[in-house]
Design a protein around this ligand. Structure first.
Ligand code: C2E
Ligand code: CA
Ligand code: CA
Ligand code: CA
Length: 279
């Protein structure tokens, strides 16, 4: 083996080792995070466009680690999903979100709804229904306040099992929302066969309206499609007044985005609900 080749090989394998070790280290930290109570839920308001009031909030997890600082879910949810840690973390999110929502309802006297993100592994978990029942029982939150957000790809995998799971959730009065709608599967068939309540138009479409004509067409089509199927529509990533104007004219029901508020911890959300209940 030539010298250069050898060096190249070593260089390459060193890099591999580094990222592998980094991932292992991150995984070890993530494994300890629940016990060490390093997770926090942030909440972002969802605005009823007609009433101009807060309808509900979406729970978004954050990881506060001594060494890493505040880590966003994009940086650890995929790892949690790969390693299976998501089952425990996700169950914590469910319980926490239900408890804190009940608390916020009591503090504000509002009929606040809560949206919780479900990962693919969670949706396929045989114990999902039991875990959801548990979270509701322990918190005292009525099931109709809870929405579970799932992505299209999750429910396209095992259609019969998915419908069964969704039916069991619907029986309890829980709402189902399709997150990131328009970015994944293009099959629209499932929309009429699955028991769903809401579509969330992905931020990538909302971002460029009303300037981008194609995004405008797609957004209008999604809203019309949803309404034809008796689903409500929430627009994600609303940042500008022009977007709100467009979405209101086109009869989108709910809005979520930095225009109203970034995701914030529970007490900041309570403050927001008390002082900014009208826009
Ligand atoms: P998502 O469910 O699509 O959540 C929306 C993301 O967009 C959030 O990022 C939110 O902070 C961000 N966002 C909201 N409004 C705006 C806006 O006006 N402009 C911009 N630029 N961004 C906006 P976040 O909190 O970093 O979460 C990223 C993703 O991580 C989520 O995307 C979701 O897929 C996942 N995630 C978050 N929390 C959980 C959780 O508890 N469980 C699971 N399984 N996944 C979660
Ligand atoms: Ca409502
Ligand atoms: Ca979501
Ligand atoms: Ca989304």
């Amino acid at each position: 083996v030539k010298q250069a080749g050898k060096n190249n090989y070593r260089f390459f394998s060193q890099e591999m080792n580094e990222s592998f070790l980094q991932e292992l280290e991150l995984e070890a930290k993530l494994r300890r995070a629940l016990d060490r109570k390093e997770f926090i839920l942030y909440y972002q308001p969802q605005i009823d466009i007609q009433e101009n009031t807060v309808d509900g909030v979406e729970a978004l997890i954050r990881w506060d680690n001594d060494e890493l600082g505040l880590v966003s879910p994009g940086q650890f949810i995929p790892l949690a999903e790969r390693t299976g840690l998501i089952l425990e973390i996700g169950n914590w999110v469910l319980q926490r979100a239900c408890c804190e929502t009940k608390f916020m309802q009591e503090k504000t006297g509002m009929d606040l709804e809560i949206a919780v993100n479900l990962s693919p592994r969670q949706f396929k978990d045989k114990e999902l229904i039991d875990k959801v029942d548990n979270a509701l029982d322990q918190s005292g939150l009525a099931p109709h306040y809870l929405t579970l957000e799932i992505t299209e790809s999750i429910i396209m995998e095992d259609i019969d099992q998915s419908i069964e799971t969704l039916m069991q959730l619907k029986e309890r009065g829980i709402n189902i929302s399709v997150d990131d709608f328009g970015t994944g599967y293009s099959s629209l068939n499932y929309l009429s066969t699955y028991p769903l309540d809401e579509l969330k138009i992905d931020r990538s479409f909302i971002m460029d309206i009303p300037a981008d004509e194609e995004k405008v067409s797609i957004s209008k089509a999604v809203i019309n499609l949803a309404h034809a199927l008796n689903l409500t529509v929430t627009a994600e990533g609303v940042e500008e007044y022009e977007q709100i104007k467009f979405l209101k004219e086109n009869e989108c029901e709910r809005l979520q985005g930095y225009y109203y508020s970034k995701p914030v911890p529970r007490d900041s959300m309570l403050h927001f609900l008390e002082y900014k209940n009208n826009f």
